[in-house]
Each structure stands twice: as structure tokens, then as C-alpha cells.
Design a protein around this ligand. Structure first.
Ligand SMILES: *Cc1c(COP(=O)(O)O)cnc(C)c1O
Ligand SMILES: [Zn+2]
Length: 419
């Protein structure tokens, strides 16, 4: 467990002690950063103390986390994170790139990036003796909390919009959470969850509200650093660029926090460039970034990528900074480009949900606009599994033909297909 000093408001810079239950800044609603005792950590650890650990989960980075290890061995809670980094050569070739990696978050226990946040929040809930954990979710955060809580024997309550994809709702129910579908959008479910957590004393995991979610999400940055050996490469030339899709902005903020922790420890050669990708129809953070502003104006979100369909991003300020402070940027993509990227990833054996393929769609746009060069080293985050939303997946591909079960029908079909 990393030495946890307290919280720091990202807006007014107020400091708060490591109080048990703390959400956003009481003064201005700003998102709170968890502050670790970097000086102490620097004295206690060397890079190799982290990179030589045996754990193949996010608990590998326990020394840099503000929670104690939960009793999770042999359970999905103990298995979150440490997802594979693929080098899809055929995709790189198609894009004309020489150094392309895809970090596949669909390989998490509940099949999305959200397991990282939920695992750390469940560990925190166990530490402080919380009886019930609640979250609002477009689906994945809820599935992750439901799954991680089930693994820990914790009670979870999930609020999701009734329009959530059926596979995600099925996951929530199968993991045994108390599921409440809200006849409204994610933003309305979010506000209701906060009211309910106050009223009933439930511990609230909401993204961009609970400071521990970003601590969980930062483990993806620690893994990129560990798996691509960013500590021992003497960096010359252009930095690593990371593409990630953005809804509430908590994943990109968490990844930024992970790299900032490493930088503060003196363990990072060069800060990677973070590029956030939003759907054109849900682009509140991208709008603020390109206006040179930290004021996030809500939109009326509309996109096929349900996991990043957000009217008012709850971690927008830090999400803007994740790009502005790393030499990154924001790009936006159309739903058709998101669907095309599902097919691109599928061709190299990676099955992404729309919000997962959005990052690759963003890379294609950034290449076309010269924002990244073909020989830049690039990591694309696939944040969620295609099995989460098969309706969208079917829109990314042509329908399969149906034939009579005979050789003549098969031959007729094969002749009719354009090679
Ligand atoms: C939640 C989610 C995102 C976006 O994360 P934010 O923290 O909301 O920006 C992207 N992709 C998937 C699959 C998600 O579930
Ligand atoms: Zn504040």
C-alpha cells in the first residue's frame, strides 16, 4: 500500500486529510487527486522492486496504490488488470505505421477497463467497512462493480439507464447486484445515485466523483510503462502517444495520474502524449479543449458508443489537462468511423465495443491530419469487449448469407461472392 497522505482539489488546490469518505471538493465540486507520499516511496522502492513483482494483475502496483491489498487471491477481484499488449502487425501495415500496440482491456474479468476502478474502490470499501457500494453506470462501470463486489462478497447497487445494451444489464443481474434501471439518461442516473448514497449512507463509486476510481485507472499507465519498458529505454526523439476514448474523462485522467506519479518518482524518461478521442455527438471535453478552456459545457449526447455517451463529463477539467499538459490533443470521430474501426480491430483478432474501437478511429483521423507520424510509437487502448454490444457489432460488418444445406447451393453461393 502506497503512503496515502490525503486529497488535493484539482480546481482550488485545497488539501484534505485522508478522511474515510471523501468525494469531490466541498468548496467547488472539483475532482480530488489522491496524494501519495512520493518522497517516502522514492526512498522505499527502486524501479526493479515494482517491475520484478510476480503478480499478473493490477495488484502488482500495490506499492503505488492508496489502498491495502483486499483478500482477493484466486478471485476475479485479484485478477483485474495486467491486460495484454498486442502488436498487430497487419493493422500497423495497413495504417503505414511501424510501432503500434493495442492494449486490450476487454481481457479484464468483466470485459472492460472499468474493472481497474471498481477493484480499487471495492478494496477501499472493505478497508473502511462500507456495507453497500452504489454506482451509476452506462453499463460497464456497473458490471465491473457488480463483478468485483460479488468476488469480495460485498453488496452492490447499480443505477443504469434503461437503454443500456442488454448484455451489460445481463451482467449486472448475473453478478447478483441490486439493479435499478432509470427511465432517463446516464446523467440523470448519476445525480440520483449521489442523492441515494447521501440518503442511505451507501459508499458511492460514481466515476468522476469518487477519487479512488482514477487511482485504479492509473494502473493502465503503470502497465504501459512496465510492459513497454519505458523506464529503461533511453528515450530519443518522439514520445509514446496513447489514444484513449473519453466519456466522463476519468480514464484519461487516471492514465495521466499514473504517468504523473511515475514522473514524480523520477521513473519516467519522457511523458507520453495523451490523445483523447470522443464521438462527434458526445464531445463536451473535446469542445472545451479546442476552445482553450477548462469550462465544460454540457451537450445533448448522441452516439452509438454508449459507454462514452455523456452530456456533462464529470471529470472534464482533468481530462482537458491530460491532453494539454502532455502535448496531446482531442480528436472527434463519427459513428461510422467508430463502426469501421470495430471491423479493423476484428481483422486482427480483437473484438471491441464501439467505445473501445473509438480510440483506433481517433488514431486513423490523427494520422490523416498529421497529428501523429507513421513512425511514432503509439498505444491504442481497447477499453471494452465487443460481446458487450452485439447489436452495434452487427452494424460494423456485412450480414452472413444463409444457404440450403447442399453442395450445389454452396457452389452457387461461392461463385456469386466477389473475391
Ligand atoms: C467508461 C468507458 C470509457 C470512457 O471512460 P471515461 O472515464 O468515462 O472517459 C471508454 N470505453 C469504455 C468501454 C468504457 O466503459
Ligand atoms: Zn476545490
Amino acid at each position: 500500500m502506497g503512503d496515502f497522505l490525503g486529497y488535493h482539489c484539482s480546481v482550488c488546490k485545497a488539501e484534505y486529510p485522508p478522511t474515510q469518505v471523501m468525494y469531490t471538493c466541498p468548496l467547488d465540486g472539483g475532482n480530488l487527486d489522491v496524494v501519495l507520499d512520493i518522497k517516502q516511496l522514492k526512498q522505499k522502492y527502486h524501479v526493479s522492486d515494482i517491475t520484478s513483482r510476480k503478480e499478473t494483475s493490477l495488484w502488482r502496483y500495490l506499492p503505488l496504490l492508496p489502498v491495502p491489498l483486499p483478500p482477493a487471491e484466486g478471485t476475479p477481484l485479484g485478477a483485474a488488470g495486467y491486460t495484454p499488449v498486442y502488436q498487430p502487425l497487419h493493422l500497423a501495415e495497413k495504417l503505414g505505421m511501424s510501432r503500434l500496440w493495442v492494449k486490450d482491456e476487454s481481457r479484464n474479468p468483466t470485459a472492460s477497463f472499468k474493472d481497474r476502478a471498481s477493484a480499487v474502490v471495492v478494496a477501499r470499501a472493505m478497508q473502511i467497512g462500507a456495507k453497500v457500494i452504489v454506482t451509476a453506470s452506462t453499463g460497464n462501470a456497473g458490471a465491473a462493480l457488480a463483478g468485483m463486489a460479488a468476488a469480495a462478497g460485498q453488496k452492490a447497487v447499480i443505477f443504469a439507464p434503461r437503454s443500456a445494451p442488454p448484455a451489460k444489464v445481463a451482467q449486472l443481474l448475473v453478478y447478483g447486484a441490486q439493479v435499478i434501471l432509470v427511465d432517463g439518461n446516464y446523467d440523470q442516473a448519476f445525480d440520483l445515485t449521489i442523492e441515494a448514497s447521501r440518503e442511505f449512507g451507501w459508499y458511492c463509486r460514481n466515476t468522476g466523483y469518487n477519487p479512488f476510481t482514477a487511482e485504479g485507472k492509473k494502473t493502465a499507465a503503470l502497465e504501459i510503462w512496465d510492459q513497454l519498458r519505458l523506464a529503461d529505454s533511453t528515450v530519443t526523439g518522439r514520445p509514446l502517444t496513447v489514444f484513449v476514448s473519453v466519456g466522463d474523462g476519468n480514464i484519461i485522467s487516471g492514465i495521466h495520474k499514473g504517468f504523473r506519479d511515475l514522473e514524480a518518482l523520477g521513473w519516467l524518461g519522457q511523458m507520453p502524449r495523451l490523445i483523447g478521442v470522443q464521438a462527434e455527438g458526445s464531445a463536451a471535453v473535446a469542445n472545451a479543449f479546442h476552445a482553450g478552456s477548462e469550462i465544460i459545457q454540457p451537450v445533448q449526447a448522441q452516439t452509438i458508443a454508449d459507454s462514452i455517451s455523456v452530456d456533462l463529463p464529470r471529470d472534464g477539467v482533468r481530462a482537458v489537462r491530460a491532453a494539454s499538459q502532455t502535448g496531446g490533443t482531442y480528436v472527434t470521430v463519427k459513428d461510422a468511423e467508430i463502426l469501421a474501426a470495430i471491423a479493423d480491430l476484428g481483422r486482427v483478432g480483437i473484438f471491441a465495443e464501439p467505445a473501445g474501437s473509438t480510440a483506433l478511429a481517433g488514431l486513423k483521423k490523427a494520422l490523416a491530419q498529421g497529428i501523429v507520424k507513421p513512425d511514432d510509437p503509439v498505444v491504442v487502448m481497447n477499453t471494452g469487449s465487443g460481446l458487450k454490444d452485439v447489436r452495434a457489432a452487427m452494424q460494423a460488418v456485412r450480414e452472413a448469407p444463409v444457404i440450403e444445406p447442399s453442395m450445389s447451393a454452396l457452389k452457387k453461393h461461392l461463385e456469386s461472392v466477389v473475391p
